[in-house]
Ligand binder design. Structure first.
Ligand code: BES
Ligand code: MN
Ligand code: ZN
Length: 490
């Protein structure tokens, strides 16, 4: 029973509740009265229009209203609209049919402004309605079936709105992948999800099995997979537009469960480790909405998939692996497995000589110590490409912050027996040394950015468009990056 969300010019007569936004500077008795909002009831509930307030009231005509505060009107940006949309569907979830009236919010905006605003609003509606019920024997049915968004007219607006719905759905698809247990979403099952997507959306796809991964000499992926009874997979998925302008490579860490391997995690530490394919999920989520966004560049996804387990012949600390590009790595901690599988993927991406590379990975616990659970870290070998990635993230409403890749820290990865060790000799800066490790596998002349999403791929709480569990972080940034991509030199 999918939720139906559609745009309309005005509020239909037959809805059960209407969601409206009120700004804090437009919350005077006069202003409320002019909009037919019940002044006394709002006062009683202490409603001031402050951001994130919600009040349930009834208007003079007996209609149920859900009034949501959006803060100062000049602060109402796309992010606020995304939040408002999500808060609206959450607050309206116990009604059958709701209308969201955005005429006041959208009217004052310039045309281009309006398209990004409606896109963000639509994303919020879809994201706020997300539930993960696949594993409930008796999922509590959600009352809400229909959302009509009133105040939208004209092709540009309805198109932008429709695109936002697609982007929200793509992010929800990534959430579903992250939320599925590691015992069910095995490497093969994850690869099959990619195949299903590729068939539906007409992408070309290659899926390497164990024998083919051996033949391709993906020594990092094989080393991590050695402790598993499940076969690894390597997925390459490609979107090719008519006369492509450049190629963007997207690499995503696809560890379907991370036990740590022989350097085993604590019980507590592995409770959420089904999320360790959040990078691969973000890339697949991006592909899910790629046709809707229709970038002019070619987009290629590189996704190494395995779990990290500790079967009898698992990779032992001290073992040396040879990565695809010939670099040898001394594995001193089997829990630093993400960089090993990414090393192969970045090597393969580099061989294809794209115009730029982005990788997303739930790579280090340290990133959450540095930036908390709502801000990802981004590192790059190119200031210009870093600017592009940050700008895309900013427009998409996903927060990230740069960390440096200092050349002198590279020595912390010197091994006594191989070209590199997989953990730093030094105690601090774990996110940075992981980034420096990855840089070894990227061509010097290719702009590359690494986004560490270990903190942001998972949320412990619901909050507007963010839902508890897998967040789908990265999908929106990747789509915006593909949309705006212009090849340039490093
Ligand atoms: N998948 C983990 C990182 C992680 C931690 C993701 C917490 C999400 C939440 C990664 O494979 C890992 O175990 N990293 C180690 C690296 C260390 C051994 C150098 C870590 O962060 O402890
Ligand atoms: Mn690990
Ligand atoms: Zn991991």
């Amino acid at each position: 029973m999918a939720l139906k969300i559609s745009p309309a010019r005005s509020v239909p007569a037959t809805v059960d509740a209407v969601v409206v936004a009120v700004a804090s500077d437009k919350c005077s008795d006069r202003a409320l009265k002019a909009r037919g909002l019940p002044i006394a009831a709002l006062h009683t509930q202490g409603f001031t229009g402050a951001a994130d307030q919600t009040a349930f009231v009834v208007d003079a005509r007996g209609r149920s209203l859900i009034v949501i505060g959006v803060g100062a009107s000049k602060s109402v940006d796309d992010n606020r609209l995304r939040r408002f949309g999500a808060q609206g569907v959450r607050a309206g979830s116990r009604s059958k049919r709701i209308a969201v009236d955005v005429s006041d919010l959208i009217d004052q905006r310039a045309a281009t402004d309006r398209t990004t605003a409606l896109r963000a609003l639509a994303e919020g509606l879809v994201l706020g309605a997300y539930r993960f019920t696949e594993y409930r024997s008796d999922p509590k049915p959600v009352a809400l079936t229909t959302v009509t968004v009133a105040g939208i007219s004209g092709k540009a607006s309805t198109d932008a709105f429709a695109e936002g719905l697609k982007i929200g759905e793509a992010q929800n698809f990534a959430r579903d992948l992250v939320n599925r247990p590691g015992g069910d979403l095995t490497p093969d099952a994850l690869a099959q999800e990619a195949v299903k997507l590729a068939r539906r959306e007409r992408f070309t796809i290659e899926v390497l099995n164990l024998a083919q991964i051996r033949r391709q000499k993906l020594g990092g992926l094989l080393g991590v997979n050695r402790g598993s009874t499940l076969e690894p997979r390597f997925v390459k998925i490609t979107y090719t537009p008519r006369s492509p302008k450049g190629t963007l490579a997207l690499v995503g860490k696809g560890i379907t469960f991370d036990s740590g391997g022989l350097s085993i995690k604590s019980g507590e530490g592995m409770m959420t480790m089904k999320m360790d394919m959040g990078g691969a999920a973000a890339v697949l989520g991006c592909f899910a909405a790629l046709r809707a966004v229709a970038p002019k560049c070619k987009v290629v996804g590189y996704l190494p998939m395995t779990d990290n387990m500790s079967d009898g012949d698992a990779t032992r600390p001290g073992d040396v692996l040879t990565i695809r590009n010939g670099t040898t790595v001394e594995v001193l901690n089997t829990d630093a497995e993400g960089r090993l599988v990414l090393a192969d993927a970045l090597s393969l991406a580099t061989e294809d000589a794209p115009d730029a590379i982005v990788d997303l990975a739930t790579l280090t616990g340290a990133v959450e110590i540095a930036l908390g659970g709502r801000i990802a870290a981004v590192m790059s070998n190119s200031d210009a490409w870093l600017d592009d990635v940050e700008a895309a993230a900013e427009s998409a409403g996903e927060r990230m912050w740069p960390l440096p890749l200092p050349t002198d820290y590279r020595a912390f990865l010197d091994s006594d027996v191989a070209d590199l060790r997989n953990i730093s000799r030094s105690r601090g800066g774990g996110t940075i040394t992981a980034g420096l490790f990855l840089q070894e596998f990227v061509g010097d002349d290719i702009p590359w950015a690494h986004i560490d999403i270990a903190g942001t791929a998972w949320s412990e709480a619901d909050d507007a468009e963010t839902t508890k569990g897998g967040t789908g972080y990265g999908v929106r940034t990747l789509l915006e990056l593909a949309r705006t991509f212009t090849p340039r030199r490093r």
